[in-house]
Design a protein around this ligand. Structure first.
Ligand code: SF4
Length: 523
């Protein structure tokens, strides 16, 4: 066991004002519901300014102080946790408040992790004295068994990040097991999509260093010998083989999908002719590929225009002759033209999500004939989705990057679509208004999108959903009279209104609110 040492945690000055930033962060229990600014100040004061500055550059918020000052969907750290849990021979350990860890482990098992999540608990004392860091280091040493593991990932959640728990002081490797410590606070990483990038990039950086230092392990699957295209972004399992077919006439192969499923795939991912940033929010990962000298191409082979442009861009990046690019285009676009000529989507649609692939789905919907009015993505505008946004806007679609839930809901209210595709609360609101709705994450991003297979599959599911309107109407007729809001439920009598009582309660609440505010300002 290594000798205990004191870790440089920002001390709390006695008599500090109650809202002093570090003091706020040191109190367990603050998190999404505490102010972002307060947590950021605490983290900066505790020595995390460089990490936060990098996150601010990589994952920019909207200039009008956009909505993502607090997570509006699941905890962002879920993205990193998921990437770690999906890798073979990799252990993932969380350091954070118990309530956050409870939610994250629950969600990961809900999504079928089938893997234990490590947890190093803390209390105010271990946080303030630096003992938490010692506990994390002990946990990492206890887990570092090279017979079982290639890597251990430790994720600092909000409170340990704001308190400056210095994961960078952990050893880089123990007994040959790589140690990857990352900070993934909700006040620095806006979405769980971008949190995937935080871990993917940290691993790529580590693997790049190893590859630069000497020979590294070959990937498990034999390679074809053709120049490979690395695919950046989690996608439906049928998409990479579909993309491989499209690339074949250019003499290119599909390489590794990042985030990878195993450590040694990281070397293969770096060893590519070009990188296809299918998901556009992997800013830090792109930096690693560019540092390795790999060209990066945005957008994806969705729809006729998207596939035409993407094949051209990939071919150019990989140095393919124009004749071979044309051959690849002809092979795919001919078949896709056939699908689009025989099937169509007829209906007005709004689309929103937080997966990062919303613009790609939007393009495909438009090419399939949909009257698409709005695309909202919780992810930011990047160079790799710029062409998609421009293409959609040129066709009259309102594109909202870093969209808030409120904007997504307003779009449904404004356009009254025949189908609302969205996140859980958007779908809930649409269904309440008797509008057919589909969950983006479970029903749209979990199906093929690329090439011919993508077009065929999307048309089917969308038309099926729009065709459900009659069922929504009959449900509304049947249940419509059971009451709404505070009148909903099972009542023995029809609920009666008491406007005077309601006004009285409202007055009392308002009075109490003003009193609280006056006390806060005076205190
Ligand atoms: S770690 Fe996640 S759940 Fe916990 S406070 Fe931060 S954003 Fe919220």
């Amino acid at each position: 066991m290594t000798e205990a040492r004191v870790i440089p945690i920002q001390p709390v000055a006695s008599g500090a004002a109650p809202d002093a930033a570090p003091a706020a962060a040191l109190a367990d229990g603050l998190g999404c519901h505490a102010g972002r600014d307060q947590m950021q100040q605490a983290a900066a004061a505790a020595g995390k300014s460089d990490v936060l500055a990098q996150y601010a550059a990589d994952y920019p918020l909207r200039s009008d102080a956009g909505p993502h000052d607090q997570p509006q969907s699941m905890c962002p750290a879920f993205g990193s946790l998921r990437v770690g849990l999906r890798m073979r021979r990799t252990a993932t350990i969380l350091s954070g408040s118990a309530c956050c860890v409870y939610g994250l482990t629950f969600t990961s098992h809900f999504y079928g992790a089938r893997r234990s999540v490590g947890y190093v608990p803390f209390n105010s004392e271990t946080l303030v004295t630096g003992k938490l860091f010692e506990d994390i280091r002990d946990a990492v040493h206890a887990q570092a068994d090279p017979a079982r593991l290639d890597a251990i990932v430790i994720i600092n959640l909000c409170v340990p990040t704001a308190s400056g728990v210095p994961l960078k002081l952990l050893p880089k490797e123990i007994n040959g097991v790589r140690i990857i410590g990352i900070d993934v606070p909700g006040f620095g990483v806006p979405t769980h999509a971008e949190a995937k990038d935080v871990l993917a990039a940290a691993m790529l950086r580590y693997a790049r260093g190893e590859a630069e230092a000497g020979p590294v392990a070959a990937p498990r699957q034999a390679r074809t010998g053709q120049p490979a295209i690395t695919l950046l972004g989690e996608m439906f399992p049928a998409d990479p083989p579909g993309i491989a077919q499209m690339l074949a006439p250019m003499g290119l192969a599909v390489g590794t999908v990042v985030p990878t499923r195993e450590w040694r795939e990281l070397y293969a991912a770096l060893d590519c002719a070009a990188v296809a940033a299918i998901h556009p929010f992997y800013t830090a990962s792109v930096r690693e590929f560019e540092a390795a000298g790999r060209p990066v191409v945005g957008s994806a082979p969705v729809g006729m225009d998207g596939t035409h442009d993407w094949l051209g861009a990939i071919g150019a990046a990989a140095g393919v002759a124009p004749a071979a690019i044309d051959a690849a285009r002809n092979a795919t676009l001919g078949a896709m033209r056939g699908v689009l000529a025989t099937q169509k989507i007829n209906g007005r649609i709004t689309l929103s999500g937080y997966e990062g692939s919303e613009l790609l789905v939007g393009r495909l919907l438009v090419e399939c004939g949909a009257d698409l009015r709005y695309v909202g993505s919780a992810c930011p505008a990047t160079p790799w989705n710029a062409a998609d946004a421009e293409w959609l806007r040129a066709r009259g679609v309102h594109v909202q990057m870093r969209a808030s839930l409120e904007q997504d809901l307003a779009a449904v209210a404004e356009w009254k679509p025949q189908l609302a595709i969205g996140t859980t609360p958007v779908v809930q609101a649409a269904k309440q208004a008797a509008i057919p709705a589909l969950y983006f994450t479970n029903l749209i991003s979990a199906r093929p999108l690329m090439g011919v297979a993508g077009a065929g599959s999307l048309i089917q599911v969308i038309n099926g959903a729009i065709g459900n309107q009659a069922r929504f109407d009959s449900m509304k007729d049947f249940f419509g009279g059971v009451g709404q809001g505070d009148e909903a439920g099972v009542w023995e009598e029809v609920p009666r209104h008491f406007p005077a009582f309601r006004a009285d309660v409202r007055r009392q609440n308002e009075k109490a609110r003003k009193k609280r505010k006056a006390e806060e300002m005076g205190g």
